[in-house]
Ligand binder design. Structure first.
Ligand code: C2E
Ligand code: MG
Ligand code: MG
Length: 914
């Protein structure tokens, strides 16, 4: 896995170095700017100084040129004046002076003075000449000075009272051409303004100041003009510059920096001597002008620098912020990663736990490195460890059972090629040799270029589940006891058979098989025996059918068979017969042998039904019909059977109505005759229902219904009362005493009321209990031996006679009979019916009679119809017979007749001697 730190961390470094680079750049910029500033300062200073010197030089030179002009003009004028003197034309001198003055616009006037200072001639008006004496007090000194000096002498500036302007006197001595002695002074008055105008052409920098200063300390000129000229020009030696010049003995040129005495500013001065004159020209600007110039010089570059710096700082800040944000992000990512890591660890642990609990192992195969990774559970499933087995694909596949190796290889190849995942169940042989089933899943992960990079999947031990599945499958489809198909599978087959038959127009039959009186086996011999019997029957059924036929057990003692491709009538009947015969063969169980019979109901597709439900229902109805017909037989469904069912319901409601008054029931009586002498020894009361709608209904049609619905209790009580009172009536009528027998149903017998009812009826009638007999069928008696034994003991204690009815149909063993307080035993009609012809029945009848006698029980044979039967029974010393051969059940009145004739009535003669 790629380190996520790398992806979040890497941009931080460039960010930092970019910020650092920006910092460096900014620092370099500042340094460069400083250097540049210093350099600019230097060059500004140099330039400025050069400019200053230049201006000073120009000031000095222009002053010199100005003075030189007058130094040349005045000697020429002096020559003219001397010439006029010589020609003694002194009166022409003022005009001469005037001419010259007018030719020089700089000059306000020209005077000629005598060496004593007296005015000799003037270009000005005489009035102003006179005033001059007063206005120029130090003129004599100045003239004296001029007389002593060669050349032009520049005087002090002075305010001209008549000119109303500042003036500078320019004087020169006039020498006698013969002796060379000074004889006069020419004085030209220059207007200071005009002097200043010399410099007006110069480009003065701001606050620049240009001027001339005399060696005696008096200022001569200044541009711009001083604000207060009087005080400026009047005072000498006030200037620091002058003091400086004087202290250095008036050098040719130089410079100076100091606070100005005039305006108090820090000023730079440059100065230069005016050649040939005791004058120094100077130029000055405030030092601040340097700064201004410097600022002017650097402002654009500095602005650019500042801009660049600001840009750099901004960039640096921005980058560092970005970086901080990234670092924050990275911290968050790191924290998240840590969280994820610990979460992953937890999940992994949990997964391992879960895998272990669910028996699911995981694996992963890195295709490039061929590295196979197994989780703990995967090792556990293989019953090996990481120390014992280093997972390699080929060896891992070797773990599978040989037949499973092909599929897993194919699955892996397909997944690697097409990406199709797999989910298959395979057999695996563990390192310890255990065969287990695993559910193997897997899928491929594709990397660059659509090539499989990784395979991963899971392995789950599903052995238990498969076993359970198999069991469930069997339970779901097969009956556990017999191994036959169960109801589910039967339904499935039936639906398939049905649709097949529909499609091809075939017929088939459903045979519903119910064992007769199977309940007795369970009740008397226990469920183990019952189960064993069912197993045998199940086996016999499937043996009888062809392998392809479906034999199913639907529950209890119900079986069902689907018979295909047989002719529905004869074919199916043949099958039913075969099945019945096979069932009838003795079943060995618990060291005994049982004879079982069954009733079979048959429905046929499509005549008896076109769907499953109908077919099953109709087979069931037919089966009940077979049971009604005496069991051990089969019955085809026919629509009237169904009608029977409907009939049953209406019967039930009619019966219930009959119960209200009880007046629709009648008793018929059938005599029991002693075989020995043919006399009536007993009478059996048999109930009939004289329904207004149905006529006289026989008991087999309603007794079982009455038992099912519980109506039998009331009917039974009515029978008990009616029969007892009839017996009393006959006795009172003086008829021969016969024992009155009544049939007691199982339900009556097990209810607590029977004993009480009997006691009450005995009390009511005062009959001898010995003259009453209760017939209880063997089947009823077998239902619950314990309870039965107790109940019979109670009844017996009342003095009643007790008989077992329909004997031979149940499975009571002798030992049971011996324990019960029984007086007589009635052999079931089904045995009597076929004697003496049927050897089996004859054997059974013989055995029953012998058995009864050995227990000192009276034996009554039921349903004797023929003389053959009678003589057979007589030969076996059967005690009594009951049957049509003597009398059907008849009304009380008819029986009365029989009783009356009894003594005369004889049994039919025995035709065949034993
Ligand atoms: P069961 O107690 O075995 O009665 C004898 C049945 O055999 C009677 O049928 C009788 O008519 C018939 N039978 C007698 N001799 C012959 C013969 O020679 N040939 C033929 N084919 N049949 C003969 P029934 O009256 O239809 O009664 C049938 C059954 O109904 C009785 O069998 C008995 O179990 C039951 N039953 C009758 N009355 C009552 C009753 O009041 N209470 C109870 N719980 N059941 C009764
Ligand atoms: Mg009976
Ligand atoms: Mg009977």
């Amino acid at each position: 896995m790629a380190n996520p730190m790398a992806t979040t961390g890497s941009p931080a470094k460039p960010a930092r170095s970019i910020a650092f680079a920006f910092g460096l750049l900014a620092a370099a910029l500042v340094i460069f700017a400083s250097f540049y500033g210093a350099y600019a300062w230097n060059s500004v200073q140099l330039e400025k100084m050069a400019e200053l010197r230049n201006l000073t030089d120009m000031a000095a030179r222009s002053s010199s040129l100005f003075l030189r002009r007058y130094a040349q003009v005045l000697p020429l004028l002096a020559e003219k004046v001397l010439a006029a003197e010589e020609r003694q034309r002194g009166n022409e001198i003022p005009a001469l002076l005037r001419r010259y003055q007018r030719a020089q616009p700089d000059l306000a006037r020209i005077d000629l003075f005598a060496p004593d200072g007296a005015s000799v001639a003037s270009s000005a008006e005489p009035a102003s000449v006179a005033a001059r004496e007063w206005s120029d007090p130090d003129r004599r000194e100045a003239i004296a000075e001029t007389l002593s000096k060669p050349g032009l002498v520049v005087g002090r500036p002075r305010y001209g009272l008549f000119l109303h302007a500042w003036i500078v006197p320019l004087r020169m001595r006039v020498l006698d051409p013969a002796s060379g002695a000074p004889i006069a002074v020419l004085s030209a008055v220059a207007l200071l303004d005009e002097l200043d105008s010399l410099w007006r052409g110069l480009q003065l920098p701001a606050h620049g100041l240009i001027g001339l200063i005399r060696d005696d300390g008096y200022p001569v000129a200044r541009l711009p003009p001083p604000p207060d000229p009087k005080s400026y020009y009047a005072v000498a030696g006030r200037s620091f510059l002058w003091r400086h010049l004087r202290s250095r003995d008036f050098p040719g040129s130089g410079e100076l920096r100091d606070l100005s005495a005039v305006d108090g500013l820090d000023r730079i001065y440059t100065y230069q001597r005016v050649p040939d004159y005791p004058l120094t020209a100077f130029f000055t600007i405030p030092h601040a002008a340097f700064w201004a110039a410097w600022r002017h010089r650097v402002q654009v570059p500095f602005a650019l620098f500042a801009l660049a710096l600001a840009g750099l700082i901004f960039a640096a800040i921005w980058i560092s912020r970005e970086q901080a944000a990234r670092e924050h992000e990275r911290d968050l990512a790191e924290a998240a990663l840590n969280n994820r890591e610990s979460e992953l660890k937890r999940q992994t642990a949990l997964l391992a736990q879960t895998q272990h609990a669910a028996h699911i192992g995981g694996w992963e195969l890195d295709i490039a490195s061929n590295h196979l990774y197994w989780t703990e559970e995967t090792y556990r499933i293989h019953e090996t460890t990481a120390e014992e087995f280093k997972p390699v694909v080929e060896q891992a596949i070797e773990f599978y059972a040989p037949q499973s190796r092909g599929p897993i290889r194919a699955a892996i190849e397909t997944a690697a090629r097409t990406g199709e995942p797999w989910d298959i169940e395979l057999e695996l042989i563990t390192a310890r040799g255990q065969r287990i089933w695993v559910r193997a899943t897997g899928s491929a992960e594709f990397g660059a270029g659509d090539r499989p990079a990784k395979l991963s999947g899971s392995l789950q031990d599903v052995t238990e589940r498969r076993r359970a599945d198999e069991r469930i499958r069997r339970l779901a489809h097969y009956d556990e006891l017999t191994g036959l198909a169960n109801r589910n599978l039967f339904n499935y087959h039936l639906s398939r058979t049905l649709s097949h038959a529909e499609r091809y127009g075939r017929q088939f039959s459903v045979l519903f098989i119910d064992l007769d009186r199977f309940k007795n086996i369970n009740d008397t011999l226990g469920h183990d025996v019952g189960d064993a019997v069912l197993r045998v029957i199940g086996r016999r059924l499937s043996e009888t059918m062809r392998a392809a036929d479906i034999v199913a057990r639907l529950g209890g003692d119900e079986f069902v068979v689907i018979a295909e491709e047989v002719s529905p009538d004869e074919g199916t009947a043949e099958i039913a017969r075969k099945l019945l015969a096979r069932i009838e063969q003795p079943v060995p169980a618990q060291g005994q042998e049982f004879i079982l019979t069954a009733s079979v109901g048959i429905s046929t597709f499509p005549t008896d039904g076109r769907d499953m439900q109908t077919l099953i229902k109709h087979a069931d109805i037919a089966m009940y019909r077979a049971k009604d017909r005496g069991k051990n037989t089969f019955e085809f469904y026919s629509s009237h059977l169904n009608a029977d069912n409907v009939e049953r319901l209406s019967l039930e409601s009619d019966l219930k109505r009959a119960m209200v008054e009880m007046d629709q029931f009648v008793l018929h009586y059938q005599p029991k005759v002693a075989v020995a002498d043919g006399r009536i020894v007993g009478v059996e009361a048999l109930v009939r229902w004289a329904s207004p709608d149905r006529g006289l209904v026989p008991p087999y049609k309603f007794i079982s219904l009455a038992e099912e619905t519980g109506l039998i209790g009331a009917i039974g009580e009515w029978v008990l009362n009616t029969a007892s009172h009839q017996a009393l009536a006959w006795r009172n009528a003086g008829l021969p005493a016969v024992r009155m027998a009544m049939n007691i149903s199982a339900r009556q017998l097990y209810s607590d009321e029977l004993v009480e009812q009997t006691r009450r009826v005995l009390a009511e009638t005062g009959l001898d209990p010995d003259t009453l007999e209760l017939e209880i069928t063997e089947t009823a008696m077998m239902q619950n031996m314990e309870q039965m034994s107790a109940r019979l003991t109670q009844l017996k204690a009342l003095g009643l006679h007790i008989a077992i009815d329909d004997f031979g149909t149940g499975y009571s063993s002798l030992s049971y009979l011996r324990r019960l307080p029984i007086d007589s035993l009635k052999v079931d009609r089904s045995f009597v019916m076929d004697v003496p012809g049927d050897p089996d029945d004859a054997t059974i009848t013989r055995a029953i009679i012998a058995l009864a006698h050995s227990l000192r029980l009276e034996v009554v044979a039921e349903g004797v119809e023929t003389v053959a039967q009678l003589s057979f029974l007589r030969d076996l010393h059967c005690d009594q017979i009951q049957g049509y051969i003597f009398s059907k059940p008849v009304s009380a009145a008819d029986l009365e007749d029989l009783l009356r004739r009894d003594s005369g009535l004889a049994l039919p003669p025995v035709q065949s001697a034993a």
